[in-house]
Design a protein around this ligand. Structure first.
Ligand SMILES: [Zn+2]
Ligand SMILES: [Zn+2]
Length: 184
């Protein structure tokens, strides 16, 4: 990465451009629709989740945990091509989740970006198929609503019940009458 490009990625101009792309795309990964990202979160949250995916996706758990539900970090903007660098057209930039962004860069090694994009789509669609099969078998996931997106932790720690019973105002309770036999 040259210095000028590095500076550009730190600039206000790029920050604005990138956040515009992300909000245009609703913070959804263009490759997986956030399914891969959510799978990594499931792996983080569920030590019993078993799948062949775990090896493929485990390497993202630490980085994703560090991003601490910041959707602006979990979702990233990628340059498909550097042809118009600094004056990019909208379609030269892609909105990707962190794991798909890494997959895409791995696929770019020695490949044109269009080929790399197709390879990444293929890989991700295989992974998503596996995820769907896994979820079908996992009854624990059937109650969880994944449509909530990235604004909050989809697997919050369960809140401890503070009051198991509604508070009773003792002054107003007629304790004596409660012992009366009930007439039917
Ligand atoms: Zn993705
Ligand atoms: Zn990139």
């Amino acid at each position: 990465m040259d210095e000028k490009y590095k500076e550009y990625l730190q600039s206000e101009e790029w920050r604005k451009k990138a956040s515009q792309i992300k909000s245009d795309k609703n913070h959804k990964c263009e490759i997986c629709g956030n399914q891969i990202l959510i799978e990594v979160i499931k792996i983080i949250k569920d030590p019993f989740r078993e799948s062949a995916l775990i090896e493929e996706l485990n390497r993202f758990t630490e980085t994703i945990e560090e991003k601490n539900w910041d959707k602006n970090k979990l979702i990233q903007v990628h340059h498909k091509t550097y042809e118009n660098i600094y004056q990019e057209n909208q379609d030269e930039l892609a909105c990707l989740c962190h794991p798909c962004h890494v997959f895409f860069h791995e696929a770019t090694q020695g490949n044109h970006w269009k080929k790399a994009w197709d390879l990444t789509l293929l890989k991700v669609s295989d992974l998503c198929e596996e995820i769907e099969q896994l979820d079908k078998r996992d009854w624990r996931l059937q109650k969880i609503d994944f449509s909530i997106g990235l604004t909050e932790d989809p697997f919050p720690e369960p809140e401890l019940p503070i009051h198991l019973f509604p508070e009773i105002d003792e002054d107003e309770t007629d304790w004596e009458s409660s012992d009366d036999p009930i007439e039917l």
